[in-house]
Design a protein around this ligand. Structure first.
Ligand SMILES: [Zn+2]
Length: 294
């Protein structure tokens, strides 16, 4: 059975780019008679905006996208991430790293990790809590298929020994997401292309943990009128509950889907039903032709 999900981080409110990701994953799940689950990826408290989870949840409801099971909060699932890390440590594919970002930069002239702590392992007698844990990534290149973008070939150097748990004890995105997608039975991930590189790490981790992997579809990123991608960092305007019909209409158009002038006055549930029936992932463009005024 198809199980999809939308998994926002509560580091800000949803913007138009998040609406496209939510809508694409929702319609793909519903048109496959699947479930659509909601997970709040709240594992980075220092970057979180108070109240953002509630606003995100209310916004999805305002846009008529109803999830099918209880909301999953990553902040409540640390024990699962620790189990996965233990498993990787036992399999000798994770090692502690004591380097600061500054030290790595000084040694290597870029931010890519040079395996210093792997080769100096024997000098480390006690592993204290203030270390990061890295994934020992021995694959030279890794190839996988994105449903929209086709073959992805990632060289080792682009993806060297990424972090699983940070030295401040926070979990890395890719570990938490890999564990949860498998635990929730997610079969399909549809999301924005800003996470394309993360998919490779997720697939490598899933392989190391013997977990099933979802199919990935990465949709294009929305750009603002100066050509930058919409993001919380460049202060993309939050979605608003006014003109929901108009926003859904624009979102469907950008995703290359059929639209109907009747959508402008239709009930939101009716728009989503029609869009589910008409959903065709093959017509999602490689890039959007429109930019969004900000
Ligand atoms: Zn190190």
């Amino acid at each position: 059975m198809y199980i999809g999900r939308f998994a926002p981080s509560p580091t800000g409110e949803l913007h138009f780019g998040s609406l496209l990701a939510a809508l694409a994953s929702y319609l793909d799940a519903k048109s496959n008679n699947g479930l659509w689950l909601l997970r709040i990826d709240d594992i980075d408290p220092p970057r979180e905006l108070p109240g953002a989870s509630d606003t995100i949840i209310a916004m999805l409801q305002a846009f008529g996208m109803q999830w099918d099971q209880d909301i999953v909060f990553q902040s409540e699932r640390s024990h699962l991430y620790q189990q996965a890390l233990n498993q990787l440590q036992q399999a000798d594919v994770s090692y502690p790293c004591y380097c600061s970002r500054k030290e790595i930069k000084q040694r290597t002239s870029h931010s890519r990790y040079d395996r210093y702590c792997l080769s100096n392992k024997t000098t480390t007698t006690t592993i204290h809590t203030h270390c990061a844990w890295r994934f020992k990534n021995d694959t030279s290149s890794f190839i996988w298929q994105d449903t929209i973008l086709g073959e992805q070939r990632i060289e080792h150097s682009e993806n060297a020994d990424f972090i699983l748990k940070r030295s401040d004890s926070l979990w890395a995105y890719q570990l938490a997401v890999t564990v949860d997608d498998a635990a929730m039975g997610i079969t399909h991930v549809v999301r924005g292309r800003d996470l394309l590189m993360e998919a490779t790490k997720q697939l490598q981790l899933a392989q190391a943990l013997n977990l099933p992997t979802p199919a990935f579809s990465h949709i294009p990123l929305v750009k603002n009128d100066s050509g930058q991608k919409l993001s919380k960092q460049n202060l993309a305007p939050a979605l608003s509950t006014t003109q929901i019909n108009h926003q859904l209409y624009t979102a469907l158009q950008m995703l290359g889907q059929k639209t109907n002038d009747k959508f402008k006055n239709a009930k939101i549930t009716d728009i989503l039903l029609q869009a589910t029936q008409d959903w065709n992932p093959a017509t999602i463009p490689l890039e959007y032709s429109t930019q969004i005024r900000t």
